[in-house]
Write a protein that binds this ligand. Structure first.
Ligand code: ADP
Ligand code: MG
Length: 733
């Protein structure tokens, strides 16, 4: 028999089919992945998942006792139907089997039942759940008090298959010791913070006897995650500090002065202060790394434009990176519009003292793209606006001096780095976000950024009020919502209706323009849940019904960029009353005359998405209204979350809410740096102290042991996190 190591592939441990399913469905490839596949919770007697918390489509595992078994022939078909009621304490639920042999499921038996929640005549049930009966003879005593680990499972890999597989690699604490003799957290760090060994922690995590065991194991395992992350960030900071950038001090009489003179409004005090801070930092050789956070509508774009103009005056180029084509086009149009001839240098009517504003997106046709690339490469384009197409190979800047990333939450650390690498010397970087960043997140995801905040909104804003429209409970409210839309339109205002899906052709509903914010809950087997409402269907229904007679247009990611642009323009010019759209309008779109937004299936959007969406209305002096339409029961967790979103526009509160409802991995990983963030337990919400401690340990470790030569296990963990092009920070450090 081969000796097991953490790198042993699971194909050597479990059967081929199981191994393949584990790889395909749960991304578990090696023994390391398996031992790090932690239970999501521990079932105990008396803790059956509260049924009121369950939603149709949720995939869950519950522990319960069989209370009633009822088999009868089916009415209209051959075969039988068996209904089994399982319960624990006061809660119970129904399991339904068709033609099932279930001799073992006798009244009194205890078991784990896993399935996707569906609904039948208003009552929640599992159809054909997977069952694992607890073996009375061996486990009877044990499981009455024990904590049964429940693993995140998939369609064909159940929690107990995972449990059995784990037994094969970890059958005793001694086996754990042997498997995990090397510990990524150095011994002195463990000693200082009273941490158990990795082997002990992993063993306890899978076999706890008390909740305290889990807590202690979690604490230690979180340290792994925090330390690896912080070492990575510390290495990045060191690498960045070693490379000087270029000072781009403000020059009088240039584009920056012209921008200030051309602005159609007075800057707010906040814009002025932030502007001064940026001006000073861009004027220094040390590359600026700044996060500018400011509420939706606080006027970040102008702040960025002023900084960009300063860089252009100093002979450099500035790039503005936007998350969607719609937004990039809007920025380019807005900037070009403001600069007028100053933005058309080199053209007949252009001002030779000006510069060029160049739009570069993925959808430019070949000739236009070639022209844009040439302007960027030879430096004629002082201001380059684009989507992530700016990051692609073949985009060369003559002298990139400033990178502005708008609406940061859509861009990962890597993407930012890639753009930064396009300067001969590191450019100054300004990242702008409307979603406030809690301090822990700033320390981790944004470990290398310092924050500036725009607190004030420009004067004279009407503000926005929000309400939830619970269509199941209050169907009449939806009629009222459409009536409100008609009223606003009658007043000369405009409205957005947002749907989660485009429609028509389901498969093609990839959502290229919004990679993050997948709403939680959906799990996999949501087959019983109806598909989300679609733009094309809703627009059709509105035209033929509640909004008949209004000018209704649709906007979504399947249109060509020209079509999107044309429709956005038509809306901006009030040729359209109601725009039915996907989240392509989520970020940054600026039509001050739009005052109502109706979000259909609001529960399918994440908290920060809803906040962003809501930011599209009330951008002018008229008060705005945002209606969150949902079928979720008012008292369900989803209903409560929507009510919370409706109740506040305080960005900080919403950011907390957002963190609570998203998995940490989504915050750190997915959107930020790909799946491999390695963060499973660490909570940015609750582990502030631990993260801060790990941060200081990481700095000390790198101080005394550059390259981590003395800590191969930690180095390996860091390298795994930074697989690929990111690993070179460590070498540089
Ligand atoms: P965000 O911070 O959400 O990106 P924008 O930069 O898009 O906000 O600004 C929102 C709107 O406010 C724009 O129409 C912009 O022209 C306007 N605006 C920005 N600054 C001011 C100001 N100081 N006074 C009045 N309007 C302003
Ligand atoms: Mg913006």
């Amino acid at each position: 028999m081969t000796v097991l190591t953490l790198d042993t592939p699971l194909t050597k441990v479990v059967g081929d089919r199981t191994a393949k399913a584990m790889a395909d469905e749960l991304e578990l490839q090696t023994v390391r992945d398996l031992v790090r596949h932690y239970p999501s919770r521990y079932a105990r007697r008396g803790e059956m998942t509260k049924l009121t918390d369950l939603q149709v489509g949720d995939r869950v595992t519950v522990l319960g006792q069989v209370r009633k078994v009822d088999t009868r022939p089916m009415k209209n078909r051959r075969g039988s139907i068996t209904e089994i009621t399982v319960g624990d304490g006061d809660s119970s639920m129904r399991l339904v089997f068709f033609n099932h042999k279930h001799a073992r499921l006798a009244v009194g038996a205890w078991g784990l039942f896993a399935g996707t929640v569906s609904s039948w005549h208003g009552q929640l049930q599992f159809n054909h759940p997977d069952c694992q009966l607890l073996d009375e003879s061996t486990d009877a005593q044990e499981w009455a008090t024990a904590m049964l680990p429940i693993y995140p499972a998939s369609k064909s890999v159940s929690s107990w298959v995972l449990q059995k597989s784990l037994k094969l690699v970890l059958d005793s604490p001694a086996a754990a010791d042997q498997l995990m003799a090397e510990d990524p957290v150095p011994a002195p760090v463990r000693a200082r913070h009273g941490l158990m060994s990795l082997a002990t922690a992993i063993w306890l995590k899978h076999h706890p006897e008390t909740p305290e065991d889990v807590e202690r194991a979690d604490h230690r395992l979180k340290w792994d995650e925090a330390l690896v992350l912080q070492v990575t960030l510390a290495a990045r900071r060191r690498a960045a500090a070693l490379e000087p950038g270029i000072a781009r001090p403000r020059r009088a009489g240039g584009l920056a002065d012209s921008v200030d003179a051309l602005l159609p409004f007075e800057l707010t005090d906040g814009q002025r202060e932030v502007g001064d801070a940026l001006e000073a930092e861009i004027g220094r050789e040390q590359p600026m790394h700044r996060l500018l956070q400011g509420e939706v509508g606080s006027g970040k774009t102008v702040v960025a434009l002023r900084a960009m103009a300063q860089v252009v005056d100093a002979g450099g180029q500035a790039a503005l990176l936007a998350p969607t084509e719609v937004l990039a086009a809007q920025h380019a149009r807005g900037i070009a519009g403001l600069l007028g001839p100053l933005g058309r240098s080199g053209e007949l009517d252009g001002d030779p003292d000006g510069t060029r504003v160049t739009l570069l997106t993925g959808s430019l046709r070949t000739a236009a793209r070639r022209a844009a690339l040439a302007e960027v490469a030879d430096g004629r384009a002082g201001i380059v606006v684009g989507t992530h197409a700016l990051l692609s190979e073949g985009v060369e800047f003559a002298d990139l001096g400033l990178v502005v990333v708008d609406e940061q939450h859509r861009f990962g650390v890597e993407q930012r780095d890639r753009l930064r690498a396009k300067g001969q010397r590191p450019p100054h970087v300004l990242v702008m976000t409307a979603t406030p960043i809690p301090r822990t997140v700033a320390m981790t995801v944004y470990g290398d950024l310092e924050t500036l905040t725009l607190r004030q909104l420009p004067a004279g804003r009407g503000g926005v009020s929000s309400s939830v429209v619970p269509v199941r409970e209050k169907p009449a409210w939806l009629d009222r919502a459409w009536q409100r839309v008609r009223e606003e339109v009658a007043e000369g205002r405009q409205a957005y209706v947002v749907c989660p899906r485009i429609g028509d052709d389901e498969k093609a509903d990839e959502r290229p323009e919004d990679a993050d914010g997948a709403p939680e809950g959906g799990a996999d087997g949501g087959s019983e849940r109806r598909p989300p409402l679609a733009v094309l269907d809703v627009a059709e229904q509105l035209r033929g019904g509640p909004l008949a007679g209004l000018r209704v247009e649709v906007l979504h990611g399947r249109l060509t960029p020209e079509e999107k642009d044309a429709r956005m323009r038509a809306f901006a010019q009030r040729e359209v009353d109601v725009l039915v759209a996907t989240t392509v309008i989520e970020v940054g779109v600026d039509v001050p005359n739009a005052t109502v937004m109706v979000v259909m299936d609001a529960d399918r959007f994440g908290v920060s998405q809803l906040h962003q969406l809501r930011g599209r209305v009330a951008r002018g002096r008229h008060p705005g209204l945002c209606l969150l339409v949902s079928e979720a029961p008012v008292s369900s967790s989803t209903g409560v979350r929507l009510a919370q979103v409706a109740a506040t526009t305080d960005g900080f509160e919403l950011a907390r809410l957002d963190l609570e409802t998203r998995r940490e991995g989504d915050v750190l990983g997915a959107a930020q740096s790909g799946r491999r963030s390695g963060v499973k337990l660490l909570s940015l919400l609750h582990d502030e102290e631990l993260i801060a401690a790990a941060r200081s340990e990481a700095a000390d470790l790198l101080e005394s042991d550059l390259g981590l030569a003395e800590h191969p296990e930690l180095a390996a963990a860091v390298a795994a996190l930074n697989a690929g092009d990111r690993a070179d920070w460590l070498e540089r450090a």
